[in-house]
Design a protein. Structure first.
Ligand SMILES: [Zn+2]
Length: 205
């Protein structure tokens, strides 16, 4: 079967063997090379966060098409390149997506992080709610730093004594991440770590 790159729409040319192994491959090699891979990590409030890429280049464009222009087809392509690494990093862990505001979710029509986890069959529990009414972007930076807009929901109790990974797409000020850590700590998970697809380097000091 012929396959086309979901980013540039060019035909994907792989060897027969690679075609067999990577039968669901959805990005061509030249597009993959345009991903600004950056496996750095930081520690925030005692929680280690792993990044996969800079908030730049092809992956940034893909994410924006997916979540802002509702290009739902891209849900399996954003993490594809990193999957082997993610599977290793998340061994025996349960993902907890960091929630967007209800406003952004209903505008989009889907929860973009949940759909990514689902398509790759990564075990997750939707345990957090974002109760803020204003879109994060509209709030001044100093207000964002102080908001406590993330709370646990009833699903969170399944995570007691479990190893969890807080999962988000872009790290900017870290306020949403910290708010999520504080919320999830209430049910005493065994371990908390973070995985964030892209690091907005211009915002991190
Ligand atoms: Zn391509």
């Amino acid at each position: 079967m012929e396959r086309y790159c979901k980013v540039c729409f060019e035909k994907i040319k792989f060897s027969f063997l690679r075609n067999m192994i990577e039968s669901k491959y959805s990005i061509c090699s030249s597009c993959q090379e345009k991903i600004k891979v950056d496996f750095s990590s930081i520690k925030v409030d005692g929680v280690k966060i792993k990044f996969l890429s800079l908030y730049d280049g092809l992956l940034k464009n893909m994410l924006l098409s997916y979540k802002e222009s509702n290009d739902f087809e891209l849900r399996d392509s954003i993490l594809y390149f990193f999957l082997p690494y993610i599977k290793l990093y998340s061994l025996n862990c349960i993902f907890v997506p960091i929630p967007s505001s209800k406003e952004s979710n209903s505008k989009r029509g889907f929860n973009h992080l949940v759909e990514i986890l689902k398509v790759h069959k990564l075990k997750y529990i939707d345990a957090l709610e974002n109760v803020s009414t204003k879109n994060q972007k509209e709030l001044a930076a100093n207000k964002r730093m102080n908001n406590k807009n993330i709370v646990i929901n009833k699903n969170a109790y399944q995570l007691q004594d479990k190893k969890i990974i807080l999962f988000d797409d872009v790290y900017t000020t870290g306020s949403t991440f910290i708010s999520s850590v504080n919320a999830i700590k209430k049910i005493s998970p065994k371990k908390i770590k973070g995985l964030i697809i892209m690091k907005n380097q211009f915002q991190i000091n």
